[in-house]
Design a protein around this ligand. Sequence first.
Ligand code: FES
Length: 106
Amino acid sequence: MSEDSEWIMACAAEDIVEGCAWPVQLNGQEICLYRIEGTVYATHDRCTHGNANLSGGILDGHEIECPFHQGRFDVRTGEPTMPPCVQAIKTFPVRERDGAIWLKLS
Ligand code: FES
């Protein structure tokens, strides 16, 4: 398998607007995309504290605030930054190319 074949197209680049959390389904996984200062980041969309979608939360700088109990994660690393969240969320490599957002899920 070539390096390029590991990347999966998630959506059009223009769909991911600055400062928003945008949900996508890819290979059966719920993923949230964020554009912050022009760079796109990707995490699992599901909070590790409970059954909440982070795409329904509020993006504040590089942190996404969960809509259920206001726990937070750094979307660059997936690390929790505010209780009650203590377990990291998974992050995915992202690249923007040919007008699209590509993710590496493995
Ligand atoms: Fe996300 Fe509780 S479900 S902080």
